[in-house]
Unconditional design. Sequence first.
Length: 137
Amino acid sequence: MKYWLMKSEPNVWSINQQKKTGARGVPWDGVRNYQAANNLKKMKKGDLCFFYHSNIGKEIVGIVEIIKAAFIDKTDKQKKFVSVQVKYKKMLKKPVTLKNIKKNRYLRHLSLIKQSRLSVMPIDSKCWKILNKMSNI
């Protein structure tokens, strides 16, 4: 299993909207950055992802699970980009803010900090554990 972080603007798609989709989940679509799209292609069924509210909040708020690996993104008319199907797993007890992530020296290498515009990124298992601990899971 691998770990990831997926960003969404909460006024466009929030963790609460994700939760309402239930067990069937929803396609994570509309990704048009090649590096982020390549990360989507690497995702496997069962991988876990932090759900990050970008722009408004700037914090990790929950966890979603990949329930279907990469398939052609229906919102891409040229059929070059992919989506993955994600379902809600859980809300974090305490959101982990970008400010607090930046303060932790063990997390300074994360793409979340180094490539702030990237919407889908890998998280190594050590950082996954640290971020979970920061959220009081």
